[in-house]
Design a protein. Structure first.
Length: 188
């Protein structure tokens, strides 16, 4: 279910995925939504990843050049980083003026605690906490927060159902009391 909301959010903001793009882990979303607008695609990863052009851990990656990226894609990552404020300050630093950070994070979900590398789950965000966190770094007028989901979608996700098993009106209804996924668009 969460991938349905993430894909929809990124599709709506596909025009922001342009120029030089930095994505965490791999180029999945850059390729899917950036199309011919992307001039250069970079990857940041903490693991030994042959796709990665930069290695390091957010929040402190001094090798990422300042004011270099037109877009940073941070899907389903921020909740796994303890130093969220420092992470957002780093991402703000590496964005060019007018650059866009597109981030998503889980709301109501099963915690991923399998114990492997990267399976840390420090935070759970709501639209309210995401707004507070992002506006501490980005100008308030440049931050848009969206929440997706409803009680039926949340129950379906917790039971492992796919988005396609619900009718569009069942998936797309938004109930602020049941935030299944949260997304942020922040402009430097």
């Amino acid at each position: 279910m969460d991938r349905y909301y993430i894909d929809g959010f990124l599709a709506r903001h596909a025009a922001d995925i342009r120029g030089r793009v930095l994505e965490i882990g791999d180029r999945t979303y850059t390729r899917r939504f950036g199309a011919d607008r992307v001039i250069r695609s970079d990857v940041l990863d903490v693991k030994d990843n042959p796709q990665a052009t930069f290695h390091g851990q957010l929040p402190d990656v001094p090798q990422l050049p300042s004011e270099s990226f037109d877009c940073v894609l941070l899907p389903q990552t921020l909740h796994q980083i303890y130093e969220t404020g420092a992470t957002l300050r780093t991402l703000h630093r590496v964005l060019r003026p007018g650059g866009v950070l597109l981030a998503t994070f889980p709301g109501i979900t099963r915690l991923d605690q399998r114990g492997g590398p990267g399976d840390r789950w420090y935070w759970s965000f709501t639209s309210l906490s995401a707004r507070q966190l992002f506006t501490e770094v980005f100008p308030a007028g440049q931050v848009q927060i969206e929440a997706f989901g409803n009680v039926l979608a949340a129950v379906a996700a917790l039971h492992g159902l796919a988005a396609e098993e619900l009718l569009p009106e069942e998936r797309d209804h938004r109930d602020p009391n049941y935030e299944l996924a949260v997304a942020a668009r922040a402009v430097r």
